[in-house]
Design a protein around this ligand. Structure first.
Ligand SMILES: NC(=O)c1ccc[n+]([C@@H]2O[C@H](COP(=O)([O-])OP(=O)(O)OC[C@H]3O[C@@H](n4cnc5c(N)ncnc54)[C@H](OP(=O)(O)O)[C@@H]3O)[C@@H](O)[C@H]2O)c1
Length: 339
């Protein structure tokens, strides 16, 4: 089987590419060449920008992939172009989407109201009514985020019966290589042996489905390998969405941190810890469909996943860490809470 991966070099992609290649499949990665994944020689490479996909038509025709995994499909126009270029060339598509398609995501961000929000999101739960989630924050039309919308991506890739697609709605992904360093704030405070971690009392109860990078890669691998995934949409992620406070507690347990978690009203938090989110709206997705259809199961358990994440964050801190003024503000805010 021949697989073309568009993207594939940063976070989840390398796990998928390496696994397929190790199993003897013919894997080619199409990317710009700015991220070096250090693949074995058996992984082929086409260097280019996905925004000029048509320029590579000859290479794609020669390759004739059975499956295309598109990891970086962000806009409707990219998705329409992908389908136009690949229809008649490739067998089927597997596409990385996101749980940000659900209406709950816009409710969390205060962009939509619903008096009856869904507690557990299945693949059939209501989607955002308002498109382009980042347009308000990114007015520059040339910035890709201005036109970002996975709802439109999903619609476009599901539109051609000659090129069946599988859509994977990915959760909040954590683990080594997390370029958003989502657990870093907690881990760093524990490394620095801070006496307390402050969190918005409502955020502490908030639940979002997370997935460990290698486990998400396993779900992607299964969608590539299974013909019956064609035409299907799957939520991906851990079976249980833990409240934020439990993630902090789990990190604390593994790291042996003995400080206090302080649940704080928003108006008492230092500015850098205040969010604009409406934390009563959860992004808790039901992942039973992919488990039942494709036999998805986590390969790495949560404790090991967190150990790996902690180790990686220790050795790969983000360029912008936590500055002293933030700790100072936290100490001041803590004054009123620590006895
Ligand atoms: N991380 C999360 O929590 C999360 C949650 C939900 C959904 N997702 C979805 O997951 C996908 C990304 O996953 P990942 O980071 O694991 O991806 P990945 O497949 O590991 O890596 C993506 C690679 O795409 C390449 N790339 C970026 N722009 C390109 C362009 N214009 N043309 C060609 N190649 C390009 C980059 O390599 P070069 O720099 O070499 O080009 C980058 O390394 C996205 O679709 C995102 O929306 C992620």
């Amino acid at each position: 089987m021949k697989i073309l991966i568009i993207g594939g070099t940063r976070f989840m992609g390398p796990h998928v590419a390496r696994r397929l290649s190790a199993e003897g499949y013919d894997v080619t990665v199409f990317h710009r060449g700015t991220t070096i994944a250090g693949f074995p020689n058996s992984v082929g490479e086409i260097l280019g920008d996905r925004n000029n996909l048509r320029d590579f038509l000859k290479e794609f025709e020669k390759l004739k992939p059975d499956v295309i995994l598109d990891m970086i499909l962000l806009t409707e126009s990219q998705a329409k172009e992908l389908v136009e270029v690949m229809s008649g060339i490739a067998g089927r598509l597997v596409v990385a989407s996101s749980c940000d398609v659900y209406r709950n995501y816009n409710m969390l961000r205060g962009e939509e109201l619903d008096s009856n929000p869904v507690e557990r999101l299945t693949e059939d739960s209501p989607l955002r009514a308002k498109l382009y989630p980042y347009r308000k924050d990114v007015p520059d039309e040339n910035n890709i985020l201005h036109n970002y919308d996975k709802i439109l991506v999903e619609r476009a890739v599901m539109s051609d019966p000659n090129l069946p697609a599988t859509v994977l709605r990915l959760p909040m992904v954590y683990g080594p290589g997390d370029y958003q360093h989502r657990f870093y704030g907690y881990i760093k405070r524990m490394i620095d042996n801070r006496p307390a971690i402050l969190i918005d009392e409502n955020q502490a109860k908030w639940r979002i489905t997370r997935g460990y990078v290698e486990n998400c890669a396993e779900a992607i691998y299964l969608a590539i390998m299974n013909e019956k995934a064609a035409g299907r949409i799957y939520n991906v992620g851990e079976p249980q969405a833990l409240p934020e406070k439990e993630w902090i507690e789990k990190l604390a347990e593994i790291m042996g941190w003995g400080g206090k978690i302080i649940y704080t009203p928003k108006d008492k938090l230092p500015d850098h810890l205040k969010g604009d989110e409406y934390w009563q709206y959860h992004l808790d997705v039901d992942t039973s469909r992919i488990r039942k259809d494709l036999g998805f199961i986590e390969k790495i358990d949560r404790e090991e996943a967190l150990r790996q994440t902690i180790e990686w964050e220790r050795n790969n801190p983000p360029a912008k860490g936590i500055d002293d003024s933030e700790y100072k503000a936290e100490d001041e805010a803590c004054g009123g809470f620590i006895c």
